[in-house]
Design a protein around this ligand. Structure first.
Ligand code: PEP
Ligand code: MG
Length: 499
């Protein structure tokens, strides 16, 4: 028996058998670069009969410069996916700098060809979780939200990773599925072996490897007690206050499960998960289908659809961004949406159309500036006008909200509250930005605490400012789901929690 420590505390408490995967297994794509080229070539040859743009793409793909640049990045230490992303940006930028309109426009073609290549590479990767036994604890250096698509979550009781934070998106997905998750466990993937018996003790910040029988007995007792702690729902009911309890969802199945479990609505539908495991952006029609189904499941209950929140720890394989020095301070969320308005408008149109089928509201993430929320509202207006002009049925009145997850939005809460119908406080990001502590870095996990007085005071100030002008306030960060925080949150006057 031995113990591995983490500086990142959590609620995790579980017992299971280790299933260790290495990053090399998860990204076993290096051998498939030629295969990916061949696959992309096959696709483009077929498509080039349909439109001349694909014939141009085929030429770009067949230009030896493309493969040589990727191989150069690989020989300089990049993995293949990063090498393709960097090549894409490098070549596209070269085109953009040319003083000729026609050639400048080729930058987008290069990006598109590289996106196709990335999609082929990712499909080629084998699924290392294919043989996951029931009752497993997945152990890895790092996991990403897209990895969860390959994992049969019903077979996994826990995740243990060396990197990441409590609020990294893979943890959020895991917790929504009742999977105990421990991150920042240094060397986990090296010191834990396939089949080891593990105890995940989040409060104690430790993973016990191959415990003796006495330790096992102690933890079995703790697990029985843990199940008896009053839940968030029980505490809200006992408080006698009218604080609504919503659920967070990442897909239509989560929405259905939340409705079946009796939640009063969906306070946060993270739409970006619909985009993460696809070869290209889902079309307006595909998104409309998903949102309509979610709205129908909710019926009269609120469905809060948050627009695309990519970037940082939710990268998109088909939308390579230039390398960002500080991804969490870079191009992410609404900043990407306002830069790629074609993608954004397709999503807004899909939401407006689906809103006819339920009680839908729309919400924008990572707002910092008044101009951003106004641009979002203006685009929503444009989408409504376009739909009306085409005669496409859609909702005219849709409530508009924004996430409060940046210090700027806290400081300007009163002004923002006049622009929207509701706020949703995202403590996962708000904590990292207020405490200047990366949500994914175990070394600063001691600072990353949503119960820090600075964060709690910000929640109280935002709620009071919003209420002065009649704007509703929800809290949808992971703090809302922490039963130890419920009594504190009740004091802060929130209208709803989304867990
Ligand atoms: C948050 O930041 O608190 C939030 C709910 O958004 P996400 O975790 O998806 O960034
Ligand atoms: Mg956030």
């Amino acid at each position: 028996m031995y113990v591995l420590k983490t500086p990142v505390p959590s609620e995790a408490l579980a017992i299971g058998q280790a299933f260790v995967v290495t990053r090399a297994e998860m990204q076993s794509v290096e051998v498939t670069l030629p295969e990916a080229f061949a696959q992309a070539e096959g696709q483009l040859t077929q498509l080039s009969g349909q439109h001349e743009v694909f014939a141009a793409h085929l030429e770009i793909l067949q230009d030896p410069l493309l493969q040589e640049s990727i191989e150069d990045f690989v020989s300089n230490g990049c993995d293949v996916l990063t090498a393709v992303e960097r090549t894409s940006e490098m070549l596209a930028t070269q085109f953009e700098e040319i003083d000729d309109e026609y050639l400048r426009a080729r930058a987008d073609d290069v990006r598109d060809v590289c996106r196709r290549l990335l999609a082929c590479l990712q499909c080629a990767a084998d699924n290392p979780f294919k043989h996951l036994p029931a009752g497993s604890v997945v152990v890895a250096e790092e996991l990403f939200p897209s990895d969860t698509a390959s994992i049969d979550l019903s077979k996994s009781v826990g995740f243990v990773t060396a990197k990441g934070s409590r609020t990294s998106h893979v943890c959020i997905i895991a917790r929504q599925h009742g999977i105990a998750t421990m991150v920042g466990v240094e060397g986990a993937h090296r010191f834990i072996h396939m089949g080891d018996r593990l105890i995940l003790d989040g409060k104690g910040g430790q993973v016990v490897v191959n415990p003796d029988e006495a330790t096992m007995d102690e933890y079995r007792k703790r697990m029985a007690q843990h199940q008896q702690m009053p839940s968030v729902a029980e505490q809200l009911a006992a408080s006698g206050r009218r604080v609504r309890l919503f659920a967070n969802a990442g897909c239509v199945d989560d929405v259905r499960d939340a409705v079946d479990a009796g939640f009063e609505g969906i306070g946060l539908f993270r739409t970006e998960f619909l985009f993460l495991n696809t070869k290209q952006a889902p079309s307006e029609e595909e998104q409309y289908e998903q949102y309509r189904m979610a709205a129908e499941w909710c019926g009269d209950r609120v469905l809060t659809i948050r627009t695309m929140d990519f970037g940082a720890d939710k990268p998109l394989p088909w939308l390579p961004l230039s390398v960002q020095e500080n991804p969490f301070l870079g191009l992410r969320a609404v900043r990407i949406a306002l830069k790629h308005t074609d993608l954004f408008k397709a999503q807004l149109r899909a939401i407006l159309r689906a809103a006819l089928y339920g009680n839908v509201r729309v919400m924008f993430p990572m707002i910092c500036q008044m101009d951003e929320i106004r641009q979002c509202k203006a685009l929503l207006r444009v989408c409504k006008d376009e739909l009306a002009a085409e005669g496409t049925p859609h909702a005219e009145d849709i409530r508009i909200g924004m996430m409060v997850e940046t210090p700027a939005s806290v400081m300007l809460a009163k002004e923002f509250a006049r622009e929207v119908d509701f706020f949703s406080i995202g403590t996962n990001d708000l904590t990292q930005y207020l405490m200047a502590a990366d949500r994914g870095n175990p070394d600063v996990a001691y600072l990353y605490d949503a119960m820090n007085p600075a964060v709690l005071r910000a929640i109280g100030q935002v709620t009071a400012a919003a209420h002065e002008v009649g704007c509703e306030v929800c809290l949808c960060g992971e703090l809302a789901a922490d039963a130890n925080a419920t009594q504190t949150l009740l004091q802060l006057g929130l209208d709803s929690l989304s867990v």
